[in-house]
Ligand binder design. Sequence first.
Ligand SMILES: Nc1ncnc2c1ncn2[C@@H]1O[C@H](COP(=O)(O)OP(=O)(O)O)[C@@H](O)[C@H]1O
Ligand SMILES: [Mg+2]
Length: 400
Amino acid sequence: MSAAMLRKNPQVEEKKVYRRAGRIQELEHQIERMFLRLRLAVVFGGNKSAEGAVIEATGNPRSWKSYETVARDIAASMVRAGCKEVSLMPDDMRLGESLREHDAHLAWLKTGGVQGHCSVAHAPAMMELFGIPYIGHDPMMAGILDSKHVFKRQLRSAGLPTAAFAIVLPEAGHYCPEEDPVFMNAFGEAEGPFIVKPVSGRASLNVMYVDKRADLAAAVEDVYGKTRNFVLIEQYLSGAEYCVAIGGPVISRGGTLERLEKPFIFSPLERVLDADEKIFTSMDVKPISGERARLLDPVKDARVRGELEALALAVWRQLGIETLVRLDIRADAHGRLHVLEANPKPDLKAPANGVTSLVSIGLSEFGMTYDDLILSIFADRMDMLLSERRGTADRLIRLI
Ligand SMILES: Nc1ncnc2c1ncn2[C@@H]1O[C@H](COP(=O)(O)OP(=O)(O)O)[C@@H](O)[C@H]1O
Ligand SMILES: [Mg+2]
């Protein structure tokens, strides 16, 4: 049975926790030993215009970002944790050679890919091919989470709430909602408002608010023109907007490892929208500050916190997610919560100068720092690789 399936079945999960109780000290010792010799490569997004990066530069259905600064933050944190040899390298066609040159034992994937379709899945797919263990989602999960249309179908089949939607590929030219059976099936006579957005996007880029049905075609064609990929039309949810992060059950608190009884759910927050702000402004435009993200109070906001936590846990278990994601969630006019997306690579930049990240904002509530978060992601993945995937992590096992 795969680890993903184990996590999905609560009964099996309880047994697993029981079986592995007491393993946490062993894991801590394994990591200490590992750190003495581990060569870790933190991989960021390669630039297709760099010499030798690709054979031929093509399009980017997903808006490209290098993530190099965040990769540096992760690398610096791992050095502080005690990992002696950490290198940084770009994700491009030379990645295999770079990993071989550095004789890397493990890769931390902080990349959305270089170019082409389903680019977030390229680096993990290469790791699978090379036989290099990695921190990050497997290629299929990375692809599912970064393809909102596929992810939403998964939510639907699991009975989890997400806004009504139609997936459109207006290749043939002019888009006409009334002639599209998928649109009619999802929306019938509804006049709007709608959201039109790319299926693979980030930071609200190319997300459009469309007030009336008559304006849908122009928006769909605009997004298609920019991404050359499926376009998502969604019902506009007019209520409050929230985020919540969820990662594996092994965490570090003040540098000491612990195993929780269930996945670690943290940083539940409300994204504060201005009165006329229909779509949360891209963090590329307005950085995340305390004013833009309000951590939910355990007492005053207990109800919505509980709902967010239950939703995060259900998505984690039903989809078989194995490492950190941040869910974006929005309420409809009746206050009912709907999952917008699960970000497979939530922002992990180190908080500095009053600017934080949606994931780090709630750590202090659990007595955790940014370094604890990074070590938690690392340790949880090591726990899984060492205890459930013997055979795929031999490079790591030889170090301990
Ligand atoms: N169906 C929707 N109803 C209301 N607002 C939405 C909807 N879909 C997206 N948005 C707004 O657009 C922002 C970006 O959408 P999201 O699905 O999170 O994509 P991404 O963050 O990858 O760009 C959200 O934070 C939210 O403010
Ligand atoms: Mg989002």
